[in-house]
Design a protein around this ligand. Structure first.
Ligand code: ADP
Ligand code: ZN
Length: 202
């Protein structure tokens, strides 16, 4: 399947992407590329053309043949247009653009309590998904707090999201590719809703 994940910073995209890809790899034994991930570390967007070229290049690797899950791309309407064009040329299409909906007031607590694994990128939360003894459960590394997960940068990233990325929701809605889940629920409930949308087995 070809899926893109949408939703504000802190919605839980990374968290769900990990579960989806793990389940998928187990059930189908296919490599699922989670790529184009988190280009942004300081609240700004990488220039469109740079990003588009990187992603196009990556999507042509063999491990993308059976599908991929994009988290963090596209982030602007012109990136979304470039992706549509790329897919059309290859006579391919997205299965869905899945938006994890979380209102702005939930996000600050999620982001300031976030811990990440520097080795494999897994996301944890000091309250909602605490890492056991500060270690990543997937690879055993010590989890860390990202420098930009502070109140000021989170606000800045939310503003960038609202200006540049939120318009993608309409973009995919118009093309009948949008699906949405309520991202305010617990992690496993969100995952169940996603499984239902994607159809079993995920
Ligand atoms: P994104 O990739 O969308 O920016 P993350 O997956 O990194 O977001 O999640 C942001 C933070 O919120 C992390 O600390 C994560 O553990 C936590 N989180 C994710 N989903 C939920 C949820 N459904 N309920 C509570 N906390 C969550
Ligand atoms: Zn890890």
């Amino acid at each position: 399947m070809k899926i893109i994940l949408l939703g504000p910073p802190g919605a839980g995209k990374g968290t769900q992407a990990k579960s989806i890809s793990i389940r998928k790899n187990i059930s189908e034994n296919t490599p699922l590329g989670i790529e184009a991930k988190k280009y942004i570390d300081n609240g700004q967007l990488v220039p469109d053309q740079v990003t588009i070229d990187m992603v196009k290049d990556r999507l042509q690797h063999d491990d993308c043949e059976n599908g991929y899950l994009l988290d963090g791309f596209p982030r602007t309407v012109s990136q979304a247009e470039a992706l549509q064009e790329f897919l059309q040329k290859r006579k391919e299409s997205l299965d869905t653009a899945l938006c994890i909906e979380v209102p702005r007031d939930f996000i600050l607590e999620r982001m300031t309590g976030r811990r990440v694994c520097p080795s494999c990128g897994a996301s944890y939360h000091i309250k909602f998904n605490p890492p056991i003894e500060g270690k990543c459960e997937l690879c055993g590394s010590d989890v860390v707090q990202r420098k930009d997960d502070t109140e000021e940068t989170v606000k800045e990233r939310l503003d960038v999201y609202e200006r540049q990325t939120q318009p993608l929701i309409d973009f995919y809605k118009e093309r009948e590719l949008l699906s949405t889940v309520d991202g305010t629920k617990a992690i496993n409930e969100v995952f169940e809703s996603i499984c239902t949308i994607l159809g079993e087995p995920v």
